[in-house]
Ligand binder design. Structure first.
Ligand SMILES: Cc1ncc(C[n+]2csc(CCOP(=O)(O)OP(=O)(O)O)c2C)c(N)n1
Ligand code: SF4
Ligand SMILES: [Mg+2]
Length: 352
Protein backbone atom coordinates (compact mmCIF):
# COMPACT_ATOMS: atom_id res chain seq x y z
CA UNK A 1 0.00 0.00 0.00
CA UNK A 2 1.42 3.34 -0.96
CA UNK A 3 1.57 6.23 1.46
CA UNK A 4 -0.87 8.06 -0.74
CA UNK A 5 -3.45 5.23 -0.52
CA UNK A 6 -2.97 4.90 3.23
CA UNK A 7 -3.49 8.64 3.71
CA UNK A 8 -6.66 8.58 1.61
CA UNK A 9 -8.00 5.72 3.71
CA UNK A 10 -7.27 7.59 6.93
CA UNK A 11 -8.80 10.78 5.59
CA UNK A 12 -11.94 8.88 4.58
CA UNK A 13 -12.22 7.29 8.02
CA UNK A 14 -11.18 10.11 10.35
CA UNK A 15 -11.02 13.25 8.23
CA UNK A 16 -13.26 16.22 8.89
CA UNK A 17 -16.10 16.64 6.43
CA UNK A 18 -16.23 20.25 5.21
CA UNK A 19 -19.64 21.89 5.71
CA UNK A 20 -21.97 21.69 2.75
CA UNK A 21 -22.09 25.06 0.97
CA UNK A 22 -25.70 25.75 2.04
CA UNK A 23 -25.17 24.70 5.69
CA UNK A 24 -25.65 27.69 8.06
CA UNK A 25 -22.25 28.31 9.60
CA UNK A 26 -20.65 29.69 11.61
CA UNK A 27 -23.11 30.20 14.51
CA UNK A 28 -24.14 33.85 14.85
CA UNK A 29 -22.72 35.60 17.89
CA UNK A 30 -25.03 36.04 20.88
CA UNK A 31 -25.69 39.55 22.20
CA UNK A 32 -23.37 38.81 25.12
CA UNK A 33 -20.56 37.72 22.78
CA UNK A 34 -21.00 40.90 20.72
CA UNK A 35 -20.84 43.04 23.85
CA UNK A 36 -17.98 41.75 25.96
CA UNK A 37 -18.30 42.97 29.55
CA UNK A 38 -15.89 43.16 32.38
CA UNK A 39 -16.33 40.09 34.57
CA UNK A 40 -15.02 40.75 38.06
CA UNK A 41 -16.75 37.74 39.59
CA UNK A 42 -16.64 34.66 37.39
CA UNK A 43 -18.44 31.31 37.33
CA UNK A 44 -17.24 28.21 39.13
CA UNK A 45 -17.91 29.47 42.64
CA UNK A 46 -19.93 27.47 45.19
CA UNK A 47 -23.14 29.49 45.58
CA UNK A 48 -26.42 27.58 45.74
CA UNK A 49 -28.40 27.33 42.54
CA UNK A 50 -30.44 30.51 42.06
CA UNK A 51 -28.50 32.53 44.66
CA UNK A 52 -29.60 36.17 44.32
CA UNK A 53 -26.46 37.42 46.03
CA UNK A 54 -24.17 35.78 43.42
CA UNK A 55 -26.12 37.38 40.59
CA UNK A 56 -26.19 40.78 42.30
CA UNK A 57 -22.43 40.76 42.91
CA UNK A 58 -21.74 39.78 39.30
CA UNK A 59 -23.89 42.67 38.06
CA UNK A 60 -22.25 45.13 40.46
CA UNK A 61 -18.76 44.06 39.34
CA UNK A 62 -19.69 44.36 35.67
CA UNK A 63 -20.65 47.99 36.13
CA UNK A 64 -17.99 48.96 38.67
CA UNK A 65 -14.88 47.27 37.22
CA UNK A 66 -12.19 46.87 36.19
CA UNK A 67 -10.19 49.44 38.17
CA UNK A 68 -11.55 48.49 41.60
CA UNK A 69 -10.50 46.62 44.73
CA UNK A 70 -12.87 44.98 47.19
CA UNK A 71 -13.04 44.50 50.96
CA UNK A 72 -15.57 41.73 51.63
CA UNK A 73 -17.07 41.04 55.06
CA UNK A 74 -17.59 37.46 56.22
CA UNK A 75 -20.78 35.90 54.89
CA UNK A 76 -22.06 33.76 52.03
CA UNK A 77 -20.53 35.95 49.29
CA UNK A 78 -17.08 35.68 50.83
CA UNK A 79 -17.42 31.96 51.63
CA UNK A 80 -18.79 30.73 48.31
CA UNK A 81 -16.36 32.75 46.16
CA UNK A 82 -13.10 31.90 47.91
CA UNK A 83 -12.78 28.27 49.02
CA UNK A 84 -9.03 27.98 49.62
CA UNK A 85 -6.97 27.89 47.40
CA UNK A 86 -9.39 29.13 44.76
CA UNK A 87 -11.00 32.49 44.07
CA UNK A 88 -13.74 33.58 41.67
CA UNK A 89 -12.64 37.23 41.84
CA UNK A 90 -10.76 38.88 38.98
CA UNK A 91 -9.91 42.03 40.95
CA UNK A 92 -7.79 42.62 44.09
CA UNK A 93 -10.01 41.32 46.89
CA UNK A 94 -9.57 40.95 50.64
CA UNK A 95 -11.64 39.09 53.22
CA UNK A 96 -12.14 41.27 56.27
CA UNK A 97 -13.80 40.36 59.54
CA UNK A 98 -17.58 40.27 59.73
CA UNK A 99 -17.66 43.57 61.58
CA UNK A 100 -14.95 45.66 59.94
CA UNK A 101 -15.19 45.66 56.11
CA UNK A 102 -15.86 49.45 56.07
CA UNK A 103 -12.80 50.07 58.30
CA UNK A 104 -10.58 47.86 56.13
CA UNK A 105 -11.92 49.60 53.00
CA UNK A 106 -11.20 52.99 54.63
CA UNK A 107 -7.55 51.98 55.05
CA UNK A 108 -7.36 50.74 51.45
CA UNK A 109 -8.80 54.02 50.21
CA UNK A 110 -6.34 56.06 52.29
CA UNK A 111 -3.47 53.97 50.86
CA UNK A 112 -4.66 54.55 47.28
CA UNK A 113 -4.89 58.28 47.98
CA UNK A 114 -1.39 58.37 49.48
CA UNK A 115 -0.03 56.64 46.38
CA UNK A 116 -1.90 58.98 44.04
CA UNK A 117 -3.87 56.09 42.52
CA UNK A 118 -7.42 56.35 41.19
CA UNK A 119 -8.44 52.74 41.94
CA UNK A 120 -11.92 52.84 43.49
CA UNK A 121 -12.46 50.88 46.67
CA UNK A 122 -15.63 48.84 47.10
CA UNK A 123 -16.85 47.32 50.36
CA UNK A 124 -19.29 44.39 50.36
CA UNK A 125 -21.32 42.91 53.18
CA UNK A 126 -24.46 40.89 53.79
CA UNK A 127 -27.36 42.29 55.80
CA UNK A 128 -26.00 40.77 59.02
CA UNK A 129 -22.63 42.41 58.39
CA UNK A 130 -24.22 45.73 57.42
CA UNK A 131 -27.45 46.31 59.35
CA UNK A 132 -26.10 44.76 62.56
CA UNK A 133 -22.51 43.73 63.16
CA UNK A 134 -20.56 46.10 60.89
CA UNK A 135 -22.90 49.04 61.34
CA UNK A 136 -20.61 51.03 63.61
CA UNK A 137 -17.69 50.74 61.18
CA UNK A 138 -19.99 51.66 58.30
CA UNK A 139 -21.27 54.76 60.07
CA UNK A 140 -17.65 55.84 60.70
CA UNK A 141 -16.70 55.25 57.06
CA UNK A 142 -19.60 57.42 55.88
CA UNK A 143 -18.93 60.17 58.42
CA UNK A 144 -15.20 60.34 57.57
CA UNK A 145 -16.26 60.79 53.95
CA UNK A 146 -14.15 58.06 52.38
CA UNK A 147 -14.37 57.67 48.61
CA UNK A 148 -15.89 54.17 48.82
CA UNK A 149 -18.94 52.47 47.34
CA UNK A 150 -20.47 50.17 49.97
CA UNK A 151 -22.84 47.49 48.65
CA UNK A 152 -25.05 45.52 51.01
CA UNK A 153 -26.36 42.23 49.60
CA UNK A 154 -29.60 41.98 51.53
CA UNK A 155 -30.95 38.44 51.78
CA UNK A 156 -32.71 39.31 55.03
CA UNK A 157 -31.02 36.88 57.42
CA UNK A 158 -27.67 35.44 58.50
CA UNK A 159 -27.71 32.81 55.76
CA UNK A 160 -24.15 31.54 55.92
CA UNK A 161 -24.54 30.27 59.45
CA UNK A 162 -27.99 28.73 59.06
CA UNK A 163 -30.74 31.34 58.50
CA UNK A 164 -30.73 33.32 61.76
CA UNK A 165 -32.87 36.47 61.88
CA UNK A 166 -31.15 39.82 61.44
CA UNK A 167 -32.50 43.33 61.90
CA UNK A 168 -33.17 43.24 58.15
CA UNK A 169 -35.40 40.16 58.34
CA UNK A 170 -38.96 41.23 57.51
CA UNK A 171 -41.67 41.16 60.14
CA UNK A 172 -43.36 37.73 60.44
CA UNK A 173 -40.70 35.81 58.46
CA UNK A 174 -39.80 32.45 59.98
CA UNK A 175 -36.08 31.87 60.59
CA UNK A 176 -34.21 29.43 62.82
CA UNK A 177 -34.06 32.05 65.60
CA UNK A 178 -37.56 33.44 64.98
CA UNK A 179 -39.40 30.24 64.16
CA UNK A 180 -43.11 30.31 63.39
CA UNK A 181 -45.14 28.03 65.64
CA UNK A 182 -47.90 28.04 68.18
CA UNK A 183 -46.23 30.72 70.29
CA UNK A 184 -45.44 33.24 67.59
CA UNK A 185 -45.82 34.03 63.91
CA UNK A 186 -42.16 34.37 62.93
CA UNK A 187 -40.12 37.51 63.61
CA UNK A 188 -41.87 39.91 65.99
CA UNK A 189 -39.97 43.05 65.03
CA UNK A 190 -39.89 45.26 61.95
CA UNK A 191 -37.23 45.32 59.23
CA UNK A 192 -34.79 48.12 60.10
CA UNK A 193 -35.05 51.12 57.76
CA UNK A 194 -31.30 51.21 57.16
CA UNK A 195 -31.46 53.37 54.05
CA UNK A 196 -32.94 56.29 56.02
CA UNK A 197 -30.21 55.91 58.65
CA UNK A 198 -27.53 55.94 55.93
CA UNK A 199 -29.16 58.96 54.29
CA UNK A 200 -29.14 60.75 57.65
CA UNK A 201 -25.33 60.81 57.34
CA UNK A 202 -25.94 63.25 54.44
CA UNK A 203 -23.87 61.13 52.07
CA UNK A 204 -23.88 62.12 48.39
CA UNK A 205 -25.80 59.03 47.31
CA UNK A 206 -27.72 56.15 48.89
CA UNK A 207 -30.05 53.82 46.97
CA UNK A 208 -31.97 50.57 47.06
CA UNK A 209 -31.91 48.17 44.10
CA UNK A 210 -33.04 44.66 43.24
CA UNK A 211 -31.67 41.72 41.26
CA UNK A 212 -35.02 41.64 39.49
CA UNK A 213 -34.17 44.95 37.79
CA UNK A 214 -30.57 44.59 36.60
CA UNK A 215 -30.58 47.66 34.33
CA UNK A 216 -31.71 49.82 37.24
CA UNK A 217 -29.15 48.23 39.57
CA UNK A 218 -26.33 48.78 37.10
CA UNK A 219 -27.33 52.39 36.44
CA UNK A 220 -27.19 53.03 40.19
CA UNK A 221 -23.75 51.42 40.46
CA UNK A 222 -22.41 53.51 37.57
CA UNK A 223 -23.85 56.65 39.11
CA UNK A 224 -22.29 55.90 42.50
CA UNK A 225 -18.94 55.10 40.84
CA UNK A 226 -18.89 58.58 39.33
CA UNK A 227 -19.18 60.23 42.76
CA UNK A 228 -16.12 61.21 44.82
CA UNK A 229 -17.21 60.36 48.36
CA UNK A 230 -19.11 57.70 50.32
CA UNK A 231 -21.99 56.02 48.51
CA UNK A 232 -24.24 53.14 49.53
CA UNK A 233 -26.47 50.67 47.65
CA UNK A 234 -28.58 47.95 49.26
CA UNK A 235 -29.52 45.18 46.81
CA UNK A 236 -32.50 42.93 47.55
CA UNK A 237 -31.07 39.46 46.87
CA UNK A 238 -33.36 36.44 47.41
CA UNK A 239 -31.85 33.34 48.99
CA UNK A 240 -33.68 30.18 47.84
CA UNK A 241 -32.34 28.27 50.85
CA UNK A 242 -33.42 30.74 53.51
CA UNK A 243 -36.55 32.12 51.87
CA UNK A 244 -37.59 28.60 50.88
CA UNK A 245 -38.57 29.16 47.29
CA UNK A 246 -37.64 27.21 44.17
CA UNK A 247 -34.25 28.30 42.88
CA UNK A 248 -35.76 29.09 39.47
CA UNK A 249 -38.03 31.68 41.14
CA UNK A 250 -35.33 34.06 42.44
CA UNK A 251 -36.05 36.84 39.95
CA UNK A 252 -39.83 36.43 40.21
CA UNK A 253 -39.73 36.64 44.02
CA UNK A 254 -37.50 39.73 43.92
CA UNK A 255 -39.79 41.36 41.34
CA UNK A 256 -42.87 40.76 43.49
CA UNK A 257 -41.17 42.38 46.51
CA UNK A 258 -40.80 45.58 44.49
CA UNK A 259 -44.19 45.41 42.82
CA UNK A 260 -46.07 45.03 46.11
CA UNK A 261 -44.22 47.91 47.77
CA UNK A 262 -42.44 45.92 50.49
CA UNK A 263 -39.01 46.64 48.95
CA UNK A 264 -39.22 50.15 47.43
CA UNK A 265 -36.54 51.14 44.90
CA UNK A 266 -35.49 54.67 45.83
CA UNK A 267 -32.52 57.03 45.58
CA UNK A 268 -31.49 59.63 48.16
CA UNK A 269 -28.95 62.37 47.57
CA UNK A 270 -27.54 64.36 50.51
CA UNK A 271 -30.34 62.99 52.67
CA UNK A 272 -33.24 63.88 50.38
CA UNK A 273 -35.29 61.61 48.18
CA UNK A 274 -34.20 62.28 44.58
CA UNK A 275 -35.80 59.48 42.58
CA UNK A 276 -38.11 56.47 42.93
CA UNK A 277 -39.13 53.66 40.63
CA UNK A 278 -42.91 54.03 40.47
CA UNK A 279 -45.26 51.05 40.51
CA UNK A 280 -48.17 51.49 38.11
CA UNK A 281 -50.34 48.75 39.58
CA UNK A 282 -49.20 47.56 42.99
CA UNK A 283 -49.66 43.84 43.57
CA UNK A 284 -51.16 42.51 46.79
CA UNK A 285 -48.51 41.55 49.34
CA UNK A 286 -50.03 38.06 49.39
CA UNK A 287 -48.59 37.46 45.87
CA UNK A 288 -45.12 37.97 47.31
CA UNK A 289 -45.66 35.95 50.49
CA UNK A 290 -47.28 32.88 48.99
CA UNK A 291 -44.24 31.84 46.92
CA UNK A 292 -41.93 31.63 49.95
CA UNK A 293 -41.79 28.94 52.61
CA UNK A 294 -40.58 31.45 55.23
CA UNK A 295 -44.11 32.93 55.13
CA UNK A 296 -46.01 29.62 54.78
CA UNK A 297 -47.57 30.08 58.24
CA UNK A 298 -49.24 33.28 56.97
CA UNK A 299 -51.10 31.31 54.30
CA UNK A 300 -53.15 29.28 56.79
CA UNK A 301 -56.50 30.92 56.14
CA UNK A 302 -58.18 29.31 59.16
CA UNK A 303 -55.66 30.86 61.58
CA UNK A 304 -56.84 34.39 62.56
CA UNK A 305 -53.25 35.27 63.49
CA UNK A 306 -52.23 34.66 59.86
CA UNK A 307 -54.77 37.12 58.53
CA UNK A 308 -53.70 39.72 61.09
CA UNK A 309 -50.05 39.41 60.10
CA UNK A 310 -50.86 39.52 56.39
CA UNK A 311 -52.79 42.75 57.02
CA UNK A 312 -49.84 44.07 58.97
CA UNK A 313 -47.45 43.42 56.08
CA UNK A 314 -49.91 44.88 53.59
CA UNK A 315 -50.07 48.03 55.74
CA UNK A 316 -46.25 48.26 55.71
CA UNK A 317 -46.24 48.01 51.89
CA UNK A 318 -49.02 50.64 51.61
CA UNK A 319 -47.03 52.87 53.96
CA UNK A 320 -43.98 52.61 51.64
CA UNK A 321 -46.10 53.34 48.58
CA UNK A 322 -47.58 56.44 50.24
CA UNK A 323 -44.36 57.68 51.89
CA UNK A 324 -42.16 57.39 48.80
CA UNK A 325 -44.94 58.28 46.34
CA UNK A 326 -44.50 55.02 44.46
CA UNK A 327 -47.94 54.83 42.87
CA UNK A 328 -47.43 56.74 39.66
CA UNK A 329 -47.95 56.71 35.95
CA UNK A 330 -44.32 57.51 35.11
CA UNK A 331 -41.70 54.91 34.29
CA UNK A 332 -42.71 51.55 35.70
CA UNK A 333 -40.55 49.04 37.51
CA UNK A 334 -40.87 46.86 34.41
CA UNK A 335 -39.65 49.51 31.97
CA UNK A 336 -35.92 49.30 32.54
CA UNK A 337 -35.00 46.87 29.75
CA UNK A 338 -32.22 48.01 27.44
CA UNK A 339 -30.54 50.49 29.75
CA UNK A 340 -27.87 47.93 30.65
CA UNK A 341 -26.70 47.88 27.04
CA UNK A 342 -24.68 51.06 27.56
CA UNK A 343 -21.64 51.92 29.60
CA UNK A 344 -20.51 48.49 30.73
CA UNK A 345 -17.14 48.24 32.39
CA UNK A 346 -17.05 51.54 34.25
CA UNK A 347 -18.79 54.77 35.06
CA UNK A 348 -20.36 56.74 32.29
CA UNK A 349 -19.48 60.35 31.71
CA UNK A 350 -21.97 62.32 33.77
CA UNK A 351 -22.68 59.35 36.01
CA UNK A 352 -25.94 58.14 34.45
C1 LIG B 1 -18.04 38.59 64.92
C2 LIG B 1 -18.57 37.38 64.22
N1 LIG B 1 -19.74 36.87 64.63
C3 LIG B 1 -20.27 35.80 64.00
C4 LIG B 1 -19.61 35.22 62.95
C5 LIG B 1 -20.19 34.00 62.28
N2 LIG B 1 -20.77 34.30 60.99
C6 LIG B 1 -20.08 34.13 59.84
S1 LIG B 1 -20.98 34.45 58.45
C7 LIG B 1 -22.33 34.83 59.40
C8 LIG B 1 -23.62 35.20 58.75
C9 LIG B 1 -23.51 36.29 57.73
O1 LIG B 1 -24.76 36.89 57.50
P1 LIG B 1 -24.89 38.06 56.47
O2 LIG B 1 -23.96 39.17 56.78
O3 LIG B 1 -26.33 38.45 56.37
O4 LIG B 1 -24.40 37.41 55.11
P2 LIG B 1 -25.09 36.19 54.30
O5 LIG B 1 -24.34 34.97 54.68
O6 LIG B 1 -26.52 36.14 54.66
O7 LIG B 1 -24.87 36.58 52.88
C10 LIG B 1 -22.05 34.69 60.77
C11 LIG B 1 -23.01 34.93 61.86
C12 LIG B 1 -18.37 35.78 62.57
N3 LIG B 1 -17.69 35.30 61.51
N4 LIG B 1 -17.87 36.86 63.20
S1 SF4 C 1 -27.43 30.12 51.40
FE1 SF4 C 1 -28.53 31.69 50.23
S2 SF4 C 1 -27.12 33.45 50.10
FE2 SF4 C 1 -25.91 31.64 50.70
S3 SF4 C 1 -25.12 30.81 48.76
FE3 SF4 C 1 -27.04 29.73 49.21
S4 SF4 C 1 -28.64 30.90 48.13
FE4 SF4 C 1 -26.81 32.22 48.26
MG1 LIG D 1 -27.74 37.84 54.98
Amino acid sequence: MTDETRLSELRAKFGRVPPAPDEPSPKPLTLREKQPRFEGLVSGHRACQGCGEALAARLVMESAGPDVMVANATGCLEVFTTPWPQSAWHVPWIHSLFENAPAVASGMEAAMKAQGKKTKVLAFGGDGGTYDIGFQALSGMLERYHNILYVCYDNEAYMNTGIQRSSSTPHAASTTTSPAGKDRMGKRHLKKDLLSIIAAHHVPYAASASVAFPADLQRKVRYAMGIEGPTFIVVHSPCPLGWKHASALTIEVARRAVECGLFPLVELERGSLSNVMPIRSPRPVRDYLEVQGRFAHLMKDKDPRAEKERDHLQALADYNIATFGLAGAAQDANDTGGAAAVGRGGPLVGGM
